[in-house]
Structure formats: C-alpha cells, structure tokens
Design a protein around this ligand. Structure first.
Ligand code: HEM
Ligand SMILES: Cc1cc2nc3c(=O)[nH]c(=O)nc-3n(C[C@H](O)[C@H](O)[C@H](O)COP(=O)(O)O)c2cc1C
Length: 501
C-alpha cells in the first residue's frame, strides 16, 4: 500500500467521504458513520485528521479490526502529518481555564465528596462531564437519590466508650476495612487516560473492593492483571477483590463466552444489571449529540437515526461482533427470570441482581437463588421517577423482611457522605456502592484522587459511628435512625387498593 499524503486525507472531511488517521494508518469510515454506536458526529468531528488520541479515550486500539473490510486505505506518510486537519482539543468547562492556569485545587482541599465534582468540572472535557453527571429525563430520579439520604436522621446514644472503632465489613466472605465499594462505571477512558486501570490501582492501594463494568474502556483481563500486579506490590497487605458487572449480550453464545472470560480472569462475583433492558433517556447526552451533529452539518434526521440504532440494541448487527465484549448496542431487552437458571449453571460464584427497585422483585431474586441484590436505580440514569434505593430498602423491611437475613443486600445511588453509608447499614444493608464521587476524583486527580475519596468517606464514617455511639458496624440497628419521613411516602398496597374501589 502506498503512503497516504496528509493533504489528500485532509480533503475527506465530510459525511460523503470521511477519512481518519488512527495509529499512523488512514481509514475510510464513510460507510461506518451511520453504524458507529457512539454516533456519526463523533467521527465526523475527526474527519481528515489524526483521531488517535480521541479514539483511545473511548476504545481499546483493536476496535479498528471491526471496521468493515476495505476500510484501511494505507499508512500515513509521516512527512505530511502537518497537512492533516487539526481538531481543537476538547476544552474544559469553564472553557480552558483551570488546567492552563493551574487552578485545580490541591487534592487535600477535597474534604467531602462534592469537592471532587467541583474539581473534576474544572478539568474534564465538557463532553466527559456531561456523560458522568447526566441522568434520565428531568433528573427526578437523581434528585430523589441525593435528597432521600437527608430525610433520615440519626438517634444517637451517648457515653458509650467510643475510643476505638472497627469499620470492617465482608462482601461474600471478602473482608475489607470498608462497608463501601467502588460502583461499576463504563467508559472511564473518557474521564482519565488510565481509565479503569488507574481506578483499580487506587482501590488496591486503599484496600477497597471494586465492581468492574462490562462497558469498561479497558478489557476485563487488563483490569484484573493490573489489580494483581498492584496487589503484589502491596505485598499481600491489600484485601481488594474485583467483582464483575454483567450486561448480558443478546446472543447466548456471546453471553456464555463473556462469562467464561470473566470467570477465567478470577472475578469473585457477577453483578447482573437488570435495570437496563434499554438505555434510559439521557437528556444532556441527547442535547450534546444534537449539537455535535449540527456542528458537523448532519441534519436532525441523521442524528436521530444513529442514536436509535445503538439504543434499541438487537437491531445493531455490528455490536455483537465486538471481540466478546458487549457494547451499548448489546443491552438485551429480552432477559427474564428464567435466564437465571442457565446463568446459575455457568457461574459458580455469587450472583447479585443490580437494579432491584421494589419489594416484590427482591423476594423473587431470593426465591431464584440469587446470593445478593443491589437496590439501585443506576444513579438516576434509567427510569424516570424511579424510587431511591433507600425507599426500596424500606419497602423490603416492611413487606419481605426475611430477605434481609437471607441474602446480601447492597444499595447505591446518591451516597455522598460516610454517614449515608451508616444510615444504610442501620437499616440492614450489607454494604453500599459509591459511583460518581470516585469517578470525579479519578478525573481530577487520578489514583491520588481515588485514594483521597476513600479517606474522606472513611473519616466521615468513623466520626459518624463515634457520635452515634457504636464501635463496630455489627452494632448498627434500625432504631438508630429515624426514617419516619421517608416511611410516610412509602408505597402502601392497601391504600392503593382502597382508592381503586
Ligand atoms: C473508527 C473506528 C471506531 C470503531 C470501530 C468504534 C466502535 C465503537 C463501538 C463498538 C462503540 C459501542 C460502545 C463501546 O464499546 O464502548 C462505540 C461507542 C463510542 N465511540 Fe467509537 N468507534 C470508533 C471510533 C471512535 C472515535 C474516533 C471516537 C472519538 C472521537 C469514538 C467515540 C465513541 C463514543 C463517545 C462512544 C459512546 C460510548 C458510550 O456511550 O458508552 N469512537 N464505538
Ligand atoms: C458515568 C456512569 C457510568 C455508569 N456505567 C454503568 C455501567 O456500565 N454498568 C452499570 O451497571 N452501572 C453503571 N452506572 C451506575 C453505577 O454503577 C451506580 O449504580 C450509580 O452510579 C450509583 O449512583 P451514584 O453515582 O450517585 O453513586 C454508571 C454510572 C455512571 C455515573
């Protein structure tokens, strides 16, 4: 293949003919524009330029192998690189200031979880911040997640000798110093160049457990390898374990394949996400997509088509070919409770259903032999007007309390303080997941931020325990919190039935 001239590549910068450079090779991605699950606008923005850096934020390099055959046009002539189009680096919000003027606050100035968000907002590309902070529809579910924690107050006991406190908790027999773990979040490459590898290093250094997302930028094997080598460096002093969040691919063979890969890699449990049969309406993402489409001259119709294709999942014939790693296009809307039977046969370890949102499903999960449930509404990113996980926990306590003693019960969504963790544990949770605070900490400060975020939560937890009058998490009891305000709003079948008469 002849070397490609930069000036020639630069001319192919439209939807009629779109060429991009990836790792010194030129690709014609024109026919792939409408198939790209991330949208045509992402690619068009890079048209006629070197897209390698942007590409690496979102994908492993071997993704290029999944372009239609014939897409590779040839190697770039290195002497003509300067003739390529140059794209503006993604700018921070507010435009450009913090990084350049070194205004990112020192990590020690992050003394509570919201500080990490403020810092990340200064340095993250606008698009990445929108991805992380985004939520469904009018953000009602997200607001409920954040607000409901403040509707519960403590009932502290005094004079209890709280000189020493023990914050240990186990998840399926794996003990750590923390009753919280890092929640699974996809595409961390858009947040930090080290993506999940950087996050997992922070987790290991502090000894927290972490759940790894199917939609990770890095492969499940890479993440596990990094974890193991970091554990080795710690000389056995870190108890960190990795669990795997499983989006079940539509195709059974691929679903099995993925499970085998994860099992072989050594993940300790399968967190099956069940609140995402289709992607929720991510309002801010939609606006951004539309803006990007308009900026590169795509009509509303073009962008609507692209979005619909990757959101509806099983129509996307491209996605299932992505190297055994499910992609957004592979969310399965067909999953039922029966699927747990074959999953159980294939997966010997603990199974947790992630995204339980009412008492009936909590009970069903227990009856289907699940080892745990995670009460979650996906950080308010899925169903509009979904209940907070606290509300679901209260339902379970009221309508099927037997679940709490029988299987492990986790919560996530809106936890921003070690005292929130304590409230969940008083009401019977085994442990809780924390999402965005860790993501923002990673985005602003890398590993250091992740470690700092653990410290902040732990410090709040320890102080909270002492002021509440307990020295071990086993002493957490429901009577240590006043949940009356939330209970007032809880679903009541009787009232509902009467109102229908
Ligand atoms: C040219 C070859 C490319 C291929 C084969 C490809 C493939 C894919 C696939 C399969 C997905 C689905 C989700 C995932 O696996 O994370 C995706 C999503 C995405 N891609 Fe690409 N892509 C390419 C280029 C690019 C480039 C150059 C960019 C950035 C400029 C980009 C940005 C994105 C984004 C932002 C998403 C959405 C991520 C999400 O919502 O989870 N892609 N792409
Ligand atoms: C940016 C982002 C990406 C996420 N990606 C996934 C994912 O790939 N799989 C999944 O099951 N949940 C995902 N979640 C949901 C989290 O696992 C978790 O339920 C939620 O973030 C908890 O709420 P919090 O962020 O308020 O702590 C994601 C959440 C965010 C914010």
């Amino acid at each position: 293949m002849a070397n490609m001239d930069g000036a020639e590549v630069a001319k192919h910068n439209s939807k009629e003919s779109c060429w991009i450079v990836l790792e010194s090779n030129v690709y014609d991605v024109t026919s792939f524009l409408s198939k790209h699950p991330g949208g045509a606008a992402m690619l068009l923005k890079q048209a006629g330029s070197d897209a390698t850096n942007e590409f690496k934020k979102y994908h492993p390099l071997d993704y290029v192998n999944h372009l239609p055959s014939g897409s590779l046009l040839g190697p770039m002539d290195p002497n003509t690189l300067s003739k390529l189009n140059v794209q503006d680096e993604e700018r921070s919000t507010p435009p450009g200031s913090a990084k350049e003027e070194n205004k990112l606050p020192h990590v020690s100035l992050c003394v509570s979880c919201p500080d990490f968000e403020a810092a990340a907002k200064l340095v993250l590309p606008h698009k990445s911040y929108v991805y992380a902070s985004g939520s469904a529809n009018t953000a009602l579910s997200l607001r409920g997640n954040l607000d409901d924690w403040s509707r519960i107050t403590f009932r502290p006991r005094v004079m209890r000798n709280v000189g020493h406190v023990d914050t240990k908790r186990s998840i399926f027999g794996h003990s750590s110093q923390y009753p919280f773990y890092i929640s699974p979040m996809g595409t961390l490459g858009a947040i930090h160049p080290g993506a999940e590898l950087e996050m997992v290093k922070g987790a290991v250094r502090k000894g927290t457990h972490m759940v790894v997302s199917t939609a990770s930028t890095k492969s499940s094997e890479q993440i596990m390898t990094t974890c193991l080598s970091e554990l080795e460096k710690m000389g056995g002093r870190s108890p960190t374990q990795l669990f795997y969040q499983y989006y079940m691919p539509v195709d059974r063979k691929k679903a099995l394949n993925l499970m085998h890969v994860v099992k072989k890699a050594g993940y300790k449990g399968l967190w099956i996400t069940v609140d995402t049969p289709v992607l929720g309406k991510r309002t801010a993402d939609r606006i951004l997509q539309a803006e990007e489409a308009l900026a590169v001259g795509l009509s509303d119709d073009d962008s609507a088509e692209t979005t619909a294709e990757w959101e509806t999942g099983d129509e996307n014939t491209f996605a299932p070919s992505m190297g055994g790693r499910p992609v957004s296009g592979q969310l399965s809307p067909h999953t039922t409770w029966e699927d747990l039977l074959w999953i159980r046969k294939e997966w010997p370890g603990p199974i947790v259903l992630k995204g339980i949102q009412c008492a009936e499903d909590a009970k069903l999960a227990m009856e289907h032999g699940c080892d745990g449930i995670l009460l979650s509404n996906h950080g308010g990113r899925q169903l509009h007007s979904a209940p907070s996980s606290l509300m679901t926990l209260l339902e379970i306590r009221t309508y099927c309390p037997e679940v709490l003693g029988k299987i492990e019960v986790f919560l996530d969504g809106g936890l921003r303080d070690g005292n929130d963790v304590l409230k969940a544990l008083c009401l019977g949770a085994t442990a809780v997941g924390v999402g965005r605070p860790f993501l923002y900490a990673l985005g602003a400060y890398g590993v250091k931020g992740v470690e700092r975020c653990v410290d902040v939560l732990l410090d709040e937890l320890v102080t909270g325990m002492r002021l509440l009058g307990i020295t071990s998490l086993d002493q957490c009891r429901p009577e240590m919190v006043n949940a009356s305000r939330l209970l007032n709003d809880m679903y009541r079948p009787d009232t509902w039935a009467k109102s229908r008469l």
